[in-house]
Design a protein around this ligand. Structure first.
Ligand code: ATP
Ligand code: MN
Length: 381
């Protein structure tokens, strides 16, 4: 399931905030979010904008946020547009994450509800609506780190990433309400440290694969008798140009030769970290960069390897893996989502406070991330 930045959710709990008489702290799924009193009651459906949303200032409904004390939205720019970045904010000792607005402000959504209602019961309708994502309809964008764009200006690109390997987009724990139900009683998860750099995928397509001809022709180290290598950021397929850190990592680890020798169409997905990436939040020594694998995707069968297999193959290829803390039953290491959030606090690779943890289910391969709240507040996210 892709992320729902803008969705209809139900308020399950309300509590007063000591810091303000006009605000309440509302629970929506796993999130706690401050809202103006009277916006909604327990059980009401509301529109919830998750942190990382970028709201267009050209929409009056958001422009008025400037006056609201429920929300400390500051103007930001993204792709030359102005808008508000929805963040985590501290209210005394409570943390508020996201933005809640009443359904009635959004005819884009209420009309979708009315349409569904023609053929569904009220319950069915609301169930369906809650599974929908309204970010496109409301012109809400995802705020993204500008770092990748800076490293990789768009003229230095072969186009978007090929579609034969998945983009990684990991659900936040706040959106996983069932982890501590009987369903996951015995589920075993790999716990890894979330590294804070830039996503990189190195792919290899065998020459006899039907996908080979779908790729733009390349010179240099990309084209080999056995097949074709490619290096992508989260968004773009990159040409092999001098000074490109993403290609630098692939060449340093001799991935063209090693993947050609394996003779399988694979995508190696990892995090490129280092002193010039993502404000060096991991604290790498000046000039040092490295690549840490978190997923290996078998392109022929369109399936990721299991977590243990991934670790093994990374080792075989002489690659580093993101730090693995443990393989445990989730219910043995935590009793609630709040416990997981507590575990996420800690230090990262070079001793700096970390971004968080990633959990991967060893049976079904599904992941969720637990981002440290201290990290979010510190970095204005
Ligand atoms: P943003 O888009 O703001 O950078 P994000 O990094 O949390 O957010 P997601 O797609 O939700 O983006 O998270 C998955 C990304 O996290 C992966 O693409 C990868 O780049 C990165 N990552 C870092 N460490 C790990 C890890 N241990 N396991 C999985 N992914 C990791
Ligand atoms: Mn990231």
């Amino acid at each position: 399931m892709t992320r729902q930045l803008v969705s209809v959710r139900q308020v399950s709990h309300l509590q007063p905030l000591t810091s303000s008489a006009s605000l309440l702290l509302a629970d929506v799924d796993g999130w706690k979010c401050a809202m103006k009193k009277g916006t909604a009651e327990v059980g009401d459906h509301v529109v919830y904008f998750e942190i990382d949303s970028f709201l267009p200032v050209t929409d009056d409904r958001f422009a008025s946020l400037r006056q609201l004390n429920t929300y400390n939205g500051k103007l930001s720019t993204r792709d030359g547009r102005f808008g508000f970045h929805v963040k985590s904010t501290k209210h005394d000792d409570a943390l508020s994450q996201g933005l809640i607005m009443p359904l009635r402000c959004f005819p884009e959504i209420t009309s979708a509800i009315a349409e569904l209602r023609e053929n569904n019961t009220h319950e069915e309708t609301m169930q369906k609506v809650m599974g929908m994502n309204f970010e496109d309809k409301l012109n809400v964008l995802k705020m993204e780190d500008a770092t990748t764009a800076r490293i990789q200006p768009s003229e230095n690109s072969l186009g978007p990433c090929p579609s034969f390997f998945p983009k990684t987009d990991i659900k936040r724990v706040q959106n996983c309400p069932n982890l501590f139900t009987a369903k996951y009683k015995d589920a075993v998860y790999q716990e890894t440290v979330k590294m804070n750099g830039s996503a990189e995928t190195v792919y290899f397509i065998c020459r006899d694969s039907p996908l080979y001809t779908t790729l733009p022709p390349l010179e240099g180290r990309a084209d080999m008798p056995e097949g074709r290598i490619g290096v992508c950021t989260r968004k773009r397929d990159l040409p092999d140009k001098p000074g490109c850190l993403f290609w630098g990592a692939a060449i340093y680890y001799q991935l063209p030769e090693k993947l050609a020798a394996l003779g399988k169409s694979l995508a190696i997905q990892g995090e490129l970290c280092g002193s010039s990436i993502c404000q060096n939040r991991e604290g790498f020594p000046e000039g040092k960069h490295d690549f840490y694998v978190y997923r290996i995707f078998d392109i022929d069968v369109q399936e990721a390897l299991g977590p243990a297999e991934t670790e093994e193959m990374a080792e075989q290829l002489g690659l580093k893996h993101v730090p693995v803390n443990s393989y445990s039953r989730l219910h043995d290491i935590a009793a609630s989502n709040a416990d997981l959030l507590q575990r996420a606090e800690g230090v990262g690779f070079y001793g700096k406070p970390r971004e968080g943890l990633v959990y991967k289910n060893v049976q079904d391969g599904r992941s969720f991330k637990v981002i440290s709240n201290a990290y979010l507040v510190r970095n204005g996210e």
